[in-house]
Design a protein around this ligand. Structure first.
Ligand code: AP5
Length: 216
């Protein structure tokens, strides 16, 4: 399965990608997680990306596309992958088609997670992410057993700088203007499947699995 998850910030892309990737034994490739790892590691890529991320703007396409190209060439992505957070505009979608053409591969499905904006703000204000393994908790909907400690690996949980309400509102504008056009782009390619992403994490996973099965 080679699939993309698309949806507004906080729709649950990362949460679902982690569960589905583990069940399908394929890697989850999250551009946001790769950028954050580079920011914490103080790399040149991290330095380039940080100011865009803090404002809630997209990191320039040249930087992002090159990073994804390198990642998809790695051995573990040969049997499939779930892309979380990429592509994020039509130019990136066209770049992805080119990357996959060069690798002799093609996308099987684009899964759209639909959720309303007030729910997004609620989800993101309570999100806590693990510094070590990127596992995502929510203080109310999925609290860790011990406060501030990741259930998955015991790492430290932190609150993302771009999860403050005014940055979230800006990320939603960026989503509407730049990312939402991908829904019709992929509908035209005949590979879009959409699900409601409200309800419990398990309920959303069940909907996601049946939508992806329809494209397998
Ligand atoms: P990125 O990390 O990709 O952020 P995003 O797309 O805004 O998405 P989020 O990670 O905020 O949300 P999510 O949908 O994964 O939700 P999650 O599962 O965590 O990007 C960050 C920044 O990096 C961008 O702003 C940009 O600067 C840069 N960037 C990244 N990719 C780029 C690209 N391609 N091009 C250019 N720049 C790029 O869930 C959210 C919360 O809700 C969690 O707490 C979770 O526990 C909870 N939750 C999940 N599901 C449920 C449920 N069903 N019920 C209740 N709570 C739930």
């Amino acid at each position: 399965m080679r699939a993309v998850l698309v949806g507004p910030p906080g729709a649950g892309k990362g949460t679902q990608a982690q569960i589905l990737a583990s069940e399908l034994s394929i890697p989850k490739v999250s551009t946001g997680d790769i950028f954050r790892a580079n920011v914490s590691g103080g790399t040149e890529l991290g330095k380039q990306a940080k100011a865009y991320m803090d404002r809630g703007d997209l990191v320039p396409d040249e930087v992002t596309n090159a990073m994804v190209r390198d990642r998809l060439k790695e051995q573990d992505a040969k049997q499939g992958f779930l892309l979380d957070g990429f592509p994020r505009n039509v130019a990136q979608a066209e770049a992805l088609n080119k990357i996959l053409d060069d690798l002799g591969e093609r996308l099987d499905a684009v899964l759209e997670l639909k959720v309303d904006e007030e729910e997004v703000v609620r989800r993101l204000s309570g999100r806590r992410q693990c510094r070590n393994c990127n596992h995502v908790h929510h203080v109310e909907f999925d609290p860790p057993r011990s406060e501030g400690v990741c259930d998955n690996c015991g790492g430290e949980l932190f609150q993302r700088e771009d999860d403050s309400e005014h940055v979230v509102r800006h990320r939603l504008e960026v989503y509407r203007e730049q990312t939402e056009p991908l829904v019709s782009f992929y509908a035209n390619e005949g590979i879009l499947v959409a699900i409601e992403a409200t309800g419990s994490v398990d309920e959303v996973t069940e909907r996601a699995k049946s939508a992806l099965r329809s494209r397998a």
